[in-house]
Write a protein that binds this ligand. Structure first.
Ligand SMILES: [Fe+2]
Length: 895
């Protein structure tokens, strides 16, 4: 192996203390062989020497005088991911044999000068390419006294970026060093800055080895950027911006959307891309078909073809347009229920399209290829429909799903009676609900009085009244949709199941029309029964919208992005908290960028398929403003706040559930505790001295930035936790990890199971109740003659249903490279015996949780999670196989 030569300048040499005679000899040799000169900063003496001639001489010297040899040979093996055919060609092999230039950085400063030691440099040469793995190797001559290696600087001399998995350094007296990189390194032609990779050891800022302090700071500075310019695809700059790129006013005024983020529409911040403003609205950013995310947040090029974001992109960009071509009438609904069933039984031939070509293999789940170029759309039967075709129609299932379905986070205890709106009566009409005490007592057949039911915590509700009512009149001006404010009341039966009591639908005053409100109840006559079904369809659509926009998008995807941006700007990659959080941030920014591109954008999937239409995302901003609080994102606090649990130190998890058989809560609390224990072990290990939390300037800067920049519109809220003690840190980090793992998994991976058969959870209820407007005799007549047709007309159109099904199928799917919580040990954790043991304990606890869930699902007394034809509650089972499984808790929000 041939080594390159590096040298120091004569000027520098003159400043340095005179080296010993042997080194003088070597320096002379070097001066003959001067090549290039790589500096980080002015360095102290005793540089490394890497010339082939020098190497020979040194070898001979070392043979004659082993005891006085000041250099040792060290080998670094770099594992990179091949980037397609190019890296395999003979020509590229020749061109890029020495594509990587490496520098070993000492963890120590020079004790004589107090300056950084000169790095030891060498080129890495490609040595083999086997089974999809390419190795480069570099040999170094490391001087005695160089000290421990703390980092490696990498310069990529190729014309394009390279993905480095790791660098293993062997030949050191203190054993091999494994530097885990898993990162793209830009070409030096794009950006002359060298990349630094620190070794596996984690350090709080104050413990940083002296030789690495400047690099630690510099790396964070590089990632912060200067706040200007348009981001390039190879950048790794993390910065903030508002959601000002959802609309497209340049294309049409109809597609103009308000900026989310700021006083008018408070919202979390997203990653800044620096694109130019639109021509028509300087406050909006122009749209792009390729949205920037920092380079390491977008792994799609090297991951498997079934990588989730890639699959989702293919559905949005290739399949959805095909569906739109297939169904020419956008307003066409389903005529019979059997037509809906046909979606799962019948193969639909899609129009021929070049667009699908490349994506075909990604869509194997829903797309079958019949003949060359002929694609067949075929949906899998969702598990819920598979188990019980009629479940969606029944009230028991409607109630059960509020505790164990796709959205178990909206159900709340009724704490005040009578139900009353907090909205301004001047604008929205009388605030009192028409669900009266008499009505409730009649419905629960005198089992107890309302007063007693309140006292015994027996009444629960879904409350979509105050959030939706201000949008009702606006939405009603849109075509093909309608909206009500809604309240749904439930009563808790002695066997711990919920029973529906009433649904109230409300329309605020409009012009000279007064407020309209109507209560519907499960009944025993045909007309009331069908009206109840229609009212239930509306509430299901409200719940589906709230779930997707608030519980799922806002509270997990959107609110997590600022934690990621701030962590990369303020926590060094060698900070133990960065390393703890990093697996929980995997792919989130990329999937969020894709959501801005095609899901939540003006005219995108959400707006065209949900009841609230173009106001959908704006409504999530209202929810953020009115109800999002970081402290309530912790599972126990969320349960307490909704009245679903009370604090009880004698109870397991310190909480007593109001409904014992509340599967999301009872499984979730075990997962919460497991995460908390792991975070406790981790944080206590690194912050053994409690005062080190306050003095950790990176940690403090991270948290300050989360509050004041990432969630800037909430920066003055008094409920933000402060990080003063290890306990504060533990609670804050547990909350973040819970949201990214348990919370997200519970509301994400059941999307196809529960939403795939849309009558169970229609995303839109398109028509008014037939009794709403007595002047509309036709609708009422149709309702009386064929109520089933009225219900079908209320449900999504064919195009809406098909698009949503295709998207939900992908969103519910685990990719083959999914990383589940507690499954994979990070290299830095493995190196520390305390952390390793703690992680093994986490893994064991999660395996126990897996078994507990199986055992619970076998217990027929737990009627909210199991029973005849019931899809057992598995959404918080930690592990899963790839695909649509309705279980599995990934580390991060990656789909
Ligand atoms: Fe998701």
């Amino acid at each position: 192996m041939i080594n390159s030569t590096t040298t120091t300048s004569d000027y520098m040499s003159s400043l340095l203390p005179k080296p010993p005679p042997l080194l003088m000899m070597m320096m002379k040799l070097r001066s003959v062989q001067q090549h290039h000169f790589h500096h980080i900063k002015p360095k102290a003496s005793h540089s490394s020497i890497h010339a082939s001639a020098t190497t020979h001489l040194l070898d001979s010297l070392s043979q004659t005088s082993p005891s006085s040899n000041p250099l040792s040979t060290v080998t670094a093996t770099v594992t990179v991911k091949p980037d397609g055919l190019f890296s395999r060609t003979f020509l590229s092999g020749l061109l890029y044999r020495n594509a990587l230039h490496l520098e070993l950085v000492s963890a120590d400063l020079d004790p004589d000068t107090g300056l950084e030691k000169e790095t030891v440099k060498s080129y890495a040469y490609k040595v083999r390419h086997k089974d999809g793995v390419v190795k480069y190797e570099a040999k170094f001559r490391v001087p005695t006294g160089f000290g421990e290696i703390g980092a490696v600087l990498v310069e990529n001399e190729r014309g394009k970026e390279i993905y480095i998995e790791n660098i293993v350094i062997r030949g050191l007296t203190y054993g091999p060093i494994n530097v885990s990189c898993n990162s793209w390194v830009h070409s030096k032609h794009d950006n002359p800055e060298k990349r630094v990779f620190f070794t596996q050891k984690s350090y709080l800022p104050s413990d940083t080895p002296s030789g690495l302090r400047r690099l630690r700071e510099k790396d964070m500075e590089d990632k912060r950027g200067n706040g200007g310019g348009e981001r390039k695809s190879y950048d790794r700059i993390y910065d903030y911006d508002t959601y000002n790129d959802l609309g497209n006013p340049d294309q049409s005024q109809d597609l103009a959307r308000p900026v989310l983020g700021g006083n008018n529409h408070p919202y979390p911040r997203r990653c800044r891309t620096g694109r130019s403003s639109t021509k028509t609205d300087p406050s909006s950013e122009s749209r792009s078909s390729s949205v920037y995310v920092p380079r390491d947040e977008a792994f799609s090029d090297v991951k498997q073809a079934t990588f989730s974001a890639k699959t989702l992109r293919s559905v949005l960009h290739a399949l959805v347009p095909q569906i739109e071509m297939l169904i020419l009438d956008p307003n066409l609904g389903f005529t019979y229920f059997t037509d809906i069933d046909q979606l799962f039984n019948q193969q639909v031939v899609l129009p021929k399209s070049q667009k699908i070509g490349f994506f075909r293999s990604l869509l194997a789940n829903i797309l079958k290829v019949l003949l060359e170029g002929v694609d067949i759309l075929e949906f899998e039967t969702p598990a819920m429909m598979n188990r019980d075709t009629f479940a969606w129609f029944r009230d028991e299932e409607f109630c059960r799903q509020t505790l164990a379905g796709l959205n178990p986070l909206s159900i709340q205890l009724v704490k005040e009676w009578p139900l009353k709106s907090k909205l301004d009566p001047e604008i929205y009409g009388p605030p009192e609900s028409n669900i009266t005490t008499e009505l409730v007592e009649r419905h629960i057949k005198g089992v107890m009085s309302v007063e007693e039911a309140l006292e015994k915590r027996k009444m629960y509700m879904l409350d979509y009244h105050d959030l939706l009512l201000p949008y009702v009149n606006k939405v009603r001006e849109l075509e093909g949709t309608t909206l009500y404010g809604s309240r749904t009341l439930f009563f808790l039966t002695p066997d711990d199941t919920l029973q529906p009591v009433a649904i109230e639908l409300v329309i605020p005053p409009m012009g000279d029309k007064p407020q309209w409100k109507q209560v519907f109840t499960p009944s025993h006559d045909a007309t009331a029964c069908w009206l109840w079904k229609l009212a239930k369809a509306h509430v299901s659509a409200h719940d589906a919208g709230y779930h997707q926009l608030v519980i799922h998008w806002l509270r997990t995807h959107c609110c997590t992005e600022p934690y990621i941006i701030a962590a990369n700007r303020q926590l060094s990659e060698m900070h133990p908290i960065y390393r703890l959080l990093h697996p929980h941030f995997r792919y989130t920014m990329e999937i969020n960028a894709l959501a801005r591109e095609s899901l939540i954008n003006g005219g995108g999937i959400i707006e065209t398929t949900f009841s609230s239409g173009k106001y959908s995302v704006e409504i999530s901003s209202i929810a953020y403003d009115q109800s999002w609080r970081f402290d309530n994102e912790a599972l126990p606090a969320d349960l307490i706040q909704r009245g679903m649990a009370v604090e009880d130190p004698s109870a397991k998890h310190g909480l007593r559930l109001m409904i014992q058989d509340y599967p999301y809560a009872s499984d979730g609390l075990i997962l919460w505790d497991a995460i908390k224990q792991w975070v406790t072990d981790y944080v206590n290990h690194y912050y053994a001295d409690a005062s080190s939390v306050v003095s950790d300037n990176e940690l403090q800067a991270w948290w300050t930035e989360v509050r004041t920049e990432g969630h800037a519109d909430k920066k003055d809220e008094p409920w933000w936790p402060v990080l003063r003690t290890p306990t504060d840190v533990i609670h804050t980090l547990t909350t973040i990890i819970w949201v990214a793992s348990g919370h997200h998994a519970a509301v994400n991976f059941g999307q196809y199971v529960y939403g795939g058969y849309f009558p169970n959870r229609p995303t839109i209820a398109r028509t008014k109740l037939p009794i709403e407007d007595p002047s509309d005799g036709e609708e009422h007549k149709l309702f009386l003659e064929k109520p089933e047709v009225s219900l079908l007309k209320c449900f999504p159109t064919q195009i809406q249903a098909t698009k949503v099904m295709a998207v939900l199928d992908v969103l519910s799917s685990h990719s083959p490279d999914e990383e589940y919580i507690g499954e994979k040990m990070e290299p830095s954790w493995e190196e520390d015996p305390v952390i390793k043991t703690a992680f093994e304990r986490l893994n064991l606890k999660l395996k126990e949780l897996d078994a507990i869930i199986d055992q619970r699902n076998g217990d027929l007394n737990l009627k909210n999670r199991t029973g005849a034809g019931v899809v057992a509650y598995e959404l918080l089972k930690p592990f899963s196989t790839p695909g649509v499984t309705g279980k599995g808790v990934p580390n991060s929000i990656s789909i």
